[in-house]
Write a protein that binds this ligand. Structure first.
Ligand code: NAD
Ligand code: USQ
Length: 396
């Protein structure tokens, strides 16, 4: 099978490309390497020293015997190159990771908000439009996010669809209401609307994987050689909570719990991410199927419980810092996630000793950590809403 991995130089994309290549797929990575440019913009670097894409790919060929091709294309702004790449590859499946994925980065300034929307929405729409123009029957597997639903809690979040009773008594299946918590999360809701339209109008086959927070670094394939190591973000914009706590512990920085730490979130280890994507590819929707939505997460944790767990393992202090985000202090989260398990996923969990592996990676590269880059400085709102005092904004 021929697969295009859009965003295949990134944190989820690189290990997925290697995993699919190791499983015999003919893989082409499409990436404009913007994530590396954003490192330079933010003056940060991956905790792990990642090699250039060319070095990574020639090392993979040397170690595995498999060739992965690479095309440097900005899918949001170079429609012509994208459609040519699609026609040339005629892929059985496309995995779409190529978006700006950090919520704090998307809230940093008007420029960052606009960049995130333009990049993510134009990229997704170009892809859908190009698939129709090139008349390809390709299965599109998109990485969405659990955050499209918000975190209101209460009832279990279904895999995409909800049966509701309308006021006149009729029942109907609808897409579960969206409630994004950042400009970034909002782009994933808009992506989902576009998928429904192109699925209905043009019969495109789409799987939207609503993924939780990914933690960990290495997979079986990235661990083959130090030159294949995956990227690892720990900074206040791109670092995600559990990986950040583990790095903070390694460098003796207090664990930065935002607010009360009562936020409950969905998690998945990177080794499960790559398997879920392969399982989605191996089990495509049938031609007439509606958009398939699967919740790609394996466990749910409260932020302060994670901090306590890391603190108990490492002796790190916990700091309850002012929350830069506007989000509920406390929430419950119940998620239905049987779909991928029915397809064959056997999940790993925090209990499986994998935290130690991340701690080892963090210890090994602790000298590369810039302590000044740890705090999250992107604020969700910098001025009061109309009719609200500055005091009320601060108290919110
Ligand atoms: P990442 O930033 O590490 O990787 C994204 C890759 O896409 C980068 O290599 C970047 O250069 C590329 N890219 C971005 N815009 C592009 C464009 N216009 N054209 C071509 N390439 C472009 O992010 P990640 O952590 O690997 O996340 C990948 C996807 O998975 C994202 O869509 C994200 O929303 C989703 N996701 C990630 C997580 C997580 O915890 N990391 C959780 C849930 C969902
Ligand atoms: N948090 C802390 N301390 C920190 C960092 C974060 O308490 O040092 C808190 C945040 O306030 C938030 C929670 O931890 O309540 C999660 O934050 P995060 O940065 O780990 O995750 P998030 O912003 O939600 O985004 C990440 C990925 C994104 C993906 C999303 C999945 O960056 O691409 O879509 O996880 S989900 O959260 O399920 O929507």
């Amino acid at each position: 099978m021929k697969i295009l991995v859009l965003g295949g130089d990134g944190f989820c994309g690189w290990p997925t490309a290697l995993h699919l290549s190791a499983h015999g797929y003919d893989v082409t990575i499409v990436d404009n390497l913007i994530r590396r440019a954003i490192d330079a913009e933010l003056d940060v670097q991956s905790l792990t020293p990642i090699r250039s894409i060319d070095e990574r790919l020639s090392l993979w060929k040397e170690k595995s015997g498999h060739r992965i091709k690479f095309k440097n294309i900005d899918i949001a702004h170079n429609y012509h190159a994208l459609i040519e790449a699609l026609k040339e590859a005629d892929p059985d499946a496309i995995v779409h990771f190529a978006e700006q994925r950090a919520a704090p980065y998307s809230m940093k300034s008007p420029r960052h908000k606009r960049y995130t929307v333009e990049n993510n929405i134009l990229g997704t729409h170009n892809l859908l439009c190009a698939l129709v123009e090139a008349n390809l029957d390709t299965h599109l597997v998109h990485l969405g996010t659990m955050g499209v639903y918000g975190y209101a809690g209460g009832r279990p979040i279904p895999e995409g669809y909800l049966t509701v009773t309308l006021p006149h008594g009729e029942t109907q299946e609808i897409v579960h209401p969206y409630s994004p918590g950042s400009v970034y999360h909002a782009t994933k809701c808009l992506d989902n609307v576009l998928f429904h339209f192109y699925n209905r109008n043009d019969g495109l086959r789409v799987t939207d994987l609503h993924q939780g927070i990914v933690w960990g670094t290495q997979t079986k394939e990235t661990a083959i050689d130090p030159g294949l190591v995956n990227r690892f973000d720990y900074d206040g914009d791109y670092g995600t909570v559990l990986n950040r706590f583990l790095v903070e512990a390694a460098v003796g920085h207090p664990l930065t719990v935002h607010g009360t730490g009562g936020q409950t979130r969905a998690f998945i280890h990177i080794t499960d991410t790559v398997q879920c994507v392969r399982l989605a590819i191996e089990n495509p929707p049938a031609p007439a199927d509606r958009v398939r939505i699967l919740n790609q997460m394996t466990e749910v944790h409260r932020v302060r419980d994670l901090a306590k767990m890391v603190s108990e393992t490492t002796g790190a202090d916990i700091a309850y810092v002012e929350n830069p985000r506007l989000e509920a202090d406390e929430n419950e989260l119940l998620v239905e996630n049987q779909g991928l398990q029915r397809l064959g996923l056997v999940p790993v969990s925090l209990q499986d000793g994998l935290m130690q592996e991340v701690l080892d990676v963090a210890e090994r590269w602790r000298d590369r950590v810039d302590l000044a880059k740890i705090p999250c400085t992107s604020k969700w709102r910098s001025q009061p809403k109309p009719g609200e005092s500055a005091m009320e904004t601060a108290a919110e």
